[in-house]
Design a protein around this ligand. Structure first.
Ligand SMILES: Cc1cc2nc3c(=O)[nH]c(=O)nc-3n(C[C@H](O)[C@H](O)[C@H](O)COP(=O)(O)OP(=O)(O)OC[C@H]3O[C@@H](n4cnc5c(N)ncnc54)[C@H](O)[C@@H]3O)c2cc1C
Length: 392
């Protein structure tokens, strides 16, 4: 049986960061992945340009059963620490918006950065290597995989969440957690498009590809960004953000006229352009297609002067607070993240070490820490990995 200091299961963002940092400390690190390639999600991320961090990342950008859990790790490994690494490798990047840092070119540059740092530090990486069994052995752990039996002092679980099974996602990390006495909080898809049904589906289908600036609200959270109509429902950054706070049956409220009092604006338009049709007036704010479809399907488009005060108020209510009850979400097939996971109340926020089983660590998305859209999830992967890597 071979032995090593650290075995890390999962060569994604968190696993690679933990491996390279621990190896730089002189630890012997074995990094195992069941998939045929490391870092598949990194390659897919940010539409192929990897939104690798967010300059303004702070604990408020994360949802968790324990909102304090992420604080220590995020404070000790900041977005600027990762930016320094990106600079060291000469990877060009830019801020797209709202502090979101993207590669100028392909996401592959970030994967290459991690692989190069792993190699330079002496990490031993094996893909196509699922772990079959794990047992506690003395002060450490014993694993069985295709490499044979391996003994290690520290075992790090970095297997991510359930989203996008075709990219290698499995529930293995949750199984390991349960096996060693951990509570796993119920999981569901996050940062995911909504599906709708009935007349709303017809409207979304007719408008598919159209986007609009909006404020989207649900369960006390709100986001101001674009929404996008799709063939099956609603997507776009504002919808993806709110999906992480939505539960089946909840109503989502969409303000299609952010920055304005809808009624005041409509009254102003009625006074200024009494003979213009509603669809023409709405065309000031939305694409012509969207203005026409909303005016016809929701209100029956007429010249503005023909609407009485009650009708105008109805139009304002609909545009300023459109209430949608999604039929569901597109699920793990397209979700960017998994909500829920290993209960952080049973893990040290300083080191990511299990409070149930010494020497066992959980990092990255497998934990119940879920970032908003915009580079926050990778920042959590880097920061939690870095915290564990100091002590494994
Ligand atoms: C399409 C898409 C785009 C995204 N874009 C962004 C973005 O631009 N910015 C951002 O911040 N976040 C983004 N995310 C989220 C981000 O990718 C994840 O939050 C992040 O990758 C989590 O890192 P992780 O290391 O915890 O898990 P992962 O990166 O998912 O890595 C887990 C690894 O574990 C391996 N594994 C799974 N099961 C086993 C097993 N049984 N044995 C061994 N290995 C196993 C997997 O093969 C994988 O390599 C995106 C996600 C998706 C799906």
């Amino acid at each position: 049986m071979r032995s090593t200091d650290v075995v890390i299961i999962g060569a994604g963002a968190a696993g690679m960061m933990c491996a390279l940092t621990a190896a730089q400390r002189g630890r012997r690190v074995l990094l195992l992945d069941s998939s045929n390639k490391p870092g598949k999600k990194i390659l897919m991320s940010g539409g192929g340009r990897c939104n690798f961090t967010n300059m303004w990342a702070e604990p408020a950008n994360y949802a968790s059963v324990n909102p304090h859990f992420c604080k220590s790790a995020l404070a000790r490994y900041t977005p600027w620490d990762f930016v320094a690494l990106v600079d060291k490798h000469g990877i060009p990047y830019h801020e797209k918006k709202l502090g979101q840092l993207f590669c100028d070119h392909k996401s592959k540059a970030i994967l290459q950065l991690l692989l190069t740092e792993c190699e330079d530090a002496g990490v031993e990486l094996h893909v196509n290597t699922p772990v079959r069994e794990i047992e506690r052995a003395g002060d450490g752990y014993r694993l069985t995989c295709d490499l044979g039996e391996i003994a290690c002092t520290s075992l790090v679980v970095a297997t991510g969440g359930l989203s996008i099974p075709t990219l290698g996602a499995t529930g293995f990390g949750y199984d390991v957690a349960r096996r060693f006495g951990h509570n796993v909080l119920p999981t569901r898809a996050g940062l995911v498009p909504f599906t709708v049904s009935g007349k709303l589906k017809d409207l979304c289908h007719a408008l598919s590809g159209t986007s609009a600036d909006a404020v989207v609200r649900c369960n006390g959270e709100s986001f101001r960004e674009n929404i996008l109509f799709t063939h099956r429902g609603l997507s776009g950054p504002a919808i993806l953000q709110i999906s992480s706070f939505w539960n089946p049956g909840d109503t989502v409220e969409i303000d299609l006229l952010p920055d304005r009092d809808a009624l005041e604006w409509l009254q102003g338009q009625q006074a200024a352009r009494p003979n213009s049709e509603l669809k023409t007036v709405l065309g000031e704010l939305f694409t012509r297609k969207m203005a026409g479809l909303l005016a016809d399907r929701w209100f029956t488009s007429r010249p503005m002067k023909q609407y009485n005060p009650a009708e105008l108020r109805e139009i304002a209510d609909r545009l300023g607070a459109w209430r949608v009850v999604p039929a569901g979400t597109e699920g793990y097939r397209t979700a960017e993240v998994t909500l829920g996971g290993v209960d952080p109340r049973e893990v040290s926020s300083q080191t990511m070490e299990s409070r149930k089983s010494p020497g066992l660590y959980f990092i990255g998305e497998v934990l119940d820490v879920t970032g908003h859209l915009g580079g926050f999830n990778f920042q959590w992967a880097w920061a939690s990995a870095h915290a564990a890597a100091q002590v494994v």
